[in-house]
Design a protein around this ligand. Structure first.
Ligand SMILES: [Zn+2]
Ligand SMILES: [Zn+2]
Length: 307
C-alpha cells in the first residue's frame, strides 16, 4: 500500500519536482499537519488547565523561542557568533522542536529575505499582503524546498542535513516526552493536578501556535508597524512589543541595518533577552567571537531625530 502523503509529511526531500508545477499554489495535502497543529489547541476543552500546564507552556515557549532567535536566526542565518559543533547540533534540535522546519531551510529563506527585503523577490514582504507575509508564503509549493544556493556552509554538516530532512521527528519527541512527564506527575504528584494529555496540549500545541505566530509577526508586523532609526533599503521597523515577545527580534530595523550583529537592541533601553543570554553563554565558553555593529556604519545610516 502506497501512502504518498506520509512521505510528504516525514521526508522533506520527497517529491521536490512538485514545486515546479503551480509554484504559487498551496499544497493542501502537505500542510494537513500544520492545520492539525492549530485545531489540536481545542483539546483544551477536554484536558482543562492547571498551573503546572501553564508553567510548562511558558517554559517550552521561551526555550524554543531562544533557539529560534539566537541560533536559527543570529547563528545559522547570520553567523553573528561562533560555537562548537555540539552546541550547534543541540540548538538545531531544540529549534526543530519549534516546528518551523530545519535550520538549513530556515536560514536559506531568511538569507534570501535579507538580499531582497521588500522587493519583488522577497519571499515574505507585506507588500504582497499581510497574510502572505505572515503565513501564506511558507505554505506555497515554491517555498517548500530549501534554497540551497544560500547555505553551502551549513550543508557540510551531515547532522544538520539530517535534522533538516526529517525535522518532523523532533516535535514528535517533544510531545511524547511531555505526555510521559504529565503521566508521571499525575501518578507521583497528584496535587499538581495535571495529566499527560494536558501537558501535550499546553506544552506542545498551545505553546507552539503562540511561538509560531509571534515569530511570523517579525516577517509581517515588523515590516509594517514601529519606528525606524536607520536608513535601510526595506520597510523594517523597531517594535518594542514584538521585541519583548520574541526575546529581542522586534528591533528589526536595527537588525536590517546591521544583520551581522549578535546584538539587536542597540541602546540600554532596547531589551534584547536573547543577546543577554548569549552574553552569559560567552562568559562560560559555550559561544565566542560575538560580532557587534560597526559604529561608523551606525552613524552613517542613522535617521536624524529618531529614537
Ligand atoms: Zn526583515
Ligand atoms: Zn535576519
Amino acid at each position: 500500500m502506497k501512502l504518498p502523503f506520509l512521505n510528504k509529511w516525514l521526508d522533506n526531500q520527497y517529491n521536490e519536482a512538485d514545486s515546479t508545477q503551480h509554484p504559487d499554489a498551496i499544497d493542501w495535502l502537505r500542510i494537513v499537519p500544520f492545520i492539525g497543529l492549530h485545531l489540536a489547541c481545542f483539546g483544551v476543552i477536554w484536558v482543562g488547565v492547571s498551573g503546572t500546564a501553564v508553567l510548562v507552556c511558558a517554559i517550552t515557549y521561551l526555550v524554543r523561542m531562544f533557539a529560534i532567535t539566537a541560533f536559527y536566526h543570529r547563528f545559522f542565518s547570520h553567523k553573528s557568533f561562533k560555537t562548537s559543533r555540539w552546541v550547534q547540533a543541540t540548538f538545531a534540535i531544540i529549534g526543530a522542536m519549534a516546528t518551523q522546519r530545519g535550520p538549513i531551510w530556515w536560514a536559506a529563506h531568511h538569507r534570501h529575505h535579507h538580499v531582497h527585503a521588500d522587493s519583488e523577490q522577497d519571499p515574505h514582504t507585506p507588500q504582497d499582503g499581510f497574510w502572505h507575509s505572515h503565513i501564506k508564503w511558507f505554505l506555497m509549493k515554491k517555498n517548500f524546498n530549501t534554497r540551497s544556493e544560500y547555505t553551502k556552509d551549513l550543508q557540510q554538516y551531515p547532522e544538520l542535513r539530517f535534522i533538516d530532512r526529517y525535522d518532523i521527528i523532533f516535535p514528535v519527541f517533544l510531545a511524547t516526552g511531555l505526555y510521559f512527564l504529565g503521566e508521571s506527575l499525575a501518578a507521583n504528584q497528584p496535587q499538581l493536578n495535571t495529566t499527560g494529555w494536558q501537558l501535550v496540549i499546553w506544552g506542545y500545541f498551545i505553546s507552539t501556535v503562540l511561538l509560531s505566530h509571534v515569530t511570523y509577526c517579525i516577517n509581517s508586523l515588523a515590516h509594517l508597524f514601529g519606528f525606524r532609526s536607520y536608513e535601510t533599503r526595506d520597510d523594517s521597523r523597531n517594535n518594542p512589543l514584538l521585541a519583548l515577545f520574541t526575546l529581542g527580534e522586534g528591533w528589526h530595523n536595527n537588525h536590517h541595518c546591521c544583520p551581522g550583529s549578535v546584538r539587536q537592541g542597540f541602546t540600554w533601553w532596547q531589551l534584547d533577552i536573547s543577546f543577554l543570554i548569549l552574553l552569559v553563554m560567552s562568559k562560560v565558553g559555550l559561544v565566542w567571537d560575538l560580532k557587534y555593529p560597526n559604529p561608523q556604519v551606525l552613524k552613517n545610516k542613522r535617521i536624524r531625530g529618531q529614537a
